[in-house]
Design a protein around this ligand. Structure first.
Ligand code: ADP
Ligand code: MG
Length: 365
């Protein structure tokens, strides 16, 4: 199992509760799918929230990078399998009314059962229904859908599908599709428009209600770049699916259920079985680019009792650590959960300090 530790951070609510932790726990409690990381338990120790998750062994970003460095290869048959599993996870979330809101390759991991799993539900929420306002400051900017960049506050499942399209293109390309070098909505929109070409008049009409549509950097001279040159090696069917995931108008984007029935999965080379998939190697040390959710002190004693506290401390000192997650051996798990470590349903304090997480202050949990 893996233990994710939420530190005291800027995303705490007035009651001192980590919103990222609450979101992760609330959502994962309701979800059970081979394609979504499993939540075992959650508890508070001192001022940290600890979330016990199914152990995963490496993420999709590491596999993409390993292929780029020539350390492994994967084929379209493999990509079919990766995408089928990711879409199955998204399909399950949609069926349970959950928006992930942080889909990207390093939030997709390989489980020990061989399946790809969606992880990191720190930005997720239950879809509140059409018209209800949510924050548009979700996702890593490169994976943020145009309607969010245009300030939409009422949005739905198509935001996750956009990020899924970016991810599919990235698996083929080896690099992110819309990697803007500046951190701003406008710069990101401009990168998207330069790549895909500007939206048509008809599409613009359907986006006209969005708050910042007037700022759309419409350069009629730009026609975009043909998708086949952006996503080299992809078959026509793969390109068709990506195109349908990356539609400007959210309602015109393919749904996970439709995507799973797309001919990409049923025609041409059959997809690789999960057991045969290239999975890469688990990362050593702390994951880069995260929000640095480790670093606090877990002390012996306190609410969990000395033994459990010692277990946590030992895990910290000895266990390999990846961006906020400690890997525990069976005996360490016992120390934490079975010898007097009473899991608590109350959640206090946590971390989550990036921009998106700060924006969550605005939202009701
Ligand atoms: N269940 C897990 N098993 C193994 N490693 C994990 C697991 N969940 C997360 N990790 C590792 O910890 C990193 C950070 O976890 P994540 O849930 O993505 O939080 P955040 O990105 O918000 O810090 C991941 O990128 C991954 O390397
Ligand atoms: Mg993450």
């Amino acid at each position: 199992m893996a233990l994710k530790k939420f530190l005291l951070g800027e995303d705490r609510s007035e009651e001192g509760i980590s919103r990222s932790a609450v979101r992760e726990i609330k959502v994962l409690r309701e979800i059970s799918s081979p394609f979504v990381v499993r939540l075992y338990d959650a508890f508070v120790y001192k001022s940290n929230v600890w979330v016990a998750l199914e152990l995963c062994t490496g993420d999709l970003e590491a596999v993409i990078k390993a292929r780029r460095s020539g350390l492994l290869t994967y084929t379209e048959a493999d990509i079919k399998s990766y995408m089928f599993q990711i879409l199955s996870g998204l399909h399950h979330l949609e069926a349970h009314n959950v928006l992930h809101r942080d889909v990207k390759p390093n939030n997709i991991m390989f489980g020990v059962d061989g399946c790809l799993k969606l992880i990191d539900f720190g930005l997720s929420r239950v879809y509140p229904g059409p018209g209800t306002k949510c924050t548009p400051r979700v996702f890593n900017q490169w994976y943020r859908a145009p309607e969010l960049l245009l300030g939409a506050r009422a949005y739905g499942f198509p935001v996750d599908m956009w990020a899924c399209g970016c991810t599919m293109a990235e698996i083929f390309r080896g690099t992110p599709l819309f990697a803007s070098d500046r951190e701003s909505e406008l710069a990101q929109l401009s990168t998207i428009l330069k790549t895909l070409g500007p939206p048509s008049q008809e599409e613009l009409g359907k986006l006209a209600h969005l708050p910042h549509v007037g700022f759309l950097p419409l350069d009629r001279g730009t026609r975009g770049v043909p998708l086949q040159s952006l996503v080299p090696g992809a078959s026509d069917l793969a390109l068709d699916l990506i195109r349908n995931m990356l539609r400007y108008v959210p309602g015109e984007r393919v749904t996970p259920g439709e995507a799973l029935r797309h001919p990409f999965f049923t025609e041409g080379v059959p997809m690789t079985t999960a057991a045969e998939l290239p999975r890469g190697v688990p990362k050593k040390g702390r994951a880069g680019g995260g929000r640095g959710s480790t670093g606090g002190e877990a002390e012996a004693g306190g609410a969990m009792g000395a033994e459990a506290g010692d277990g946590a401390k030992r895990a910290r000192e000895e266990g390999p650590e990846e961006g906020g997650v400690k890997r525990l051996k069976g005996s360490e798990r016992d120390a934490l959960f079975e010898r007097g470590a009473e899991p608590q349903s109350r959640v206090v304090e946590g971390s989550g300090v990036d921009q998106s997480r700060r924006a969550l202050f605005e939202e009701e949990l």
